[in-house]
Design a protein around this ligand. Sequence first.
Ligand code: MN
Length: 243
Amino acid sequence: MTGETAIKELQRSRNSTDVRVPSEYARQQLIERRETMKKYELPQLPYGYSALEPHYSARLLELHHRKHHAAYVTGANATLEKLAAAREQRNFEAINQLQKNLAFHVSGHVLHSLFWLNMSPKGGGQPAGQLTTAIQESFGSFDALKSQLTEAALNVQGSGWGAVAWEPVGQRLVVEQVYDHQGNIGNGTVPLLVLDMWEHAYYLQYQNVKGDWVTAFWKVVNWEDVAQRFQKVRTLDLALYAV
Ligand code: MN
């Protein structure tokens, strides 16, 4: 297609009132965009599979990372492809399922990527510095936060996560109980510390004793990582108020 034809096609496409049928030019643009779209990738762990033992067994960690997390990465990429194809064809028949899948898989990828970094063989103990102050302001004490997150995690109905997130409008830390990977969270909050309570996260090692898994998790929490995340997001401004 020459430049002039392309411009005419673009104008025709812009003037068209029928959004259901993309012009050939618009379709080509969409396809090119799809081909250059960034793909999600399974991140490497910052430690070996046996590094968190005995709290998190090597077999469980490897399975969780290489199979479960990988499936969310594959699912996220596949869903983006399907959405791109739907836009090219202006066929949004499956839109509800696709949007749900996008949230599910992308959130699964994000939460697992964060979860691995939230743990460390040198973890455990308590946070230090400004994060400690923020925890005291938001929850009263570290022990109060620990109790709330523990209870939130243990009592998730179905599959889900416990999380500590920064809520930028109220400028406070909050505990969230995440259903699946994406439900029941406050929009605009940023997760800083997450605890996977899906059965695949603990069953192989802890069977049905979820409390033992949560106790083990506290021994590997990488507070340095959480503190660095807190420093990065504490100035986040959603610009919801007029100055
Ligand atoms: Mn998981």
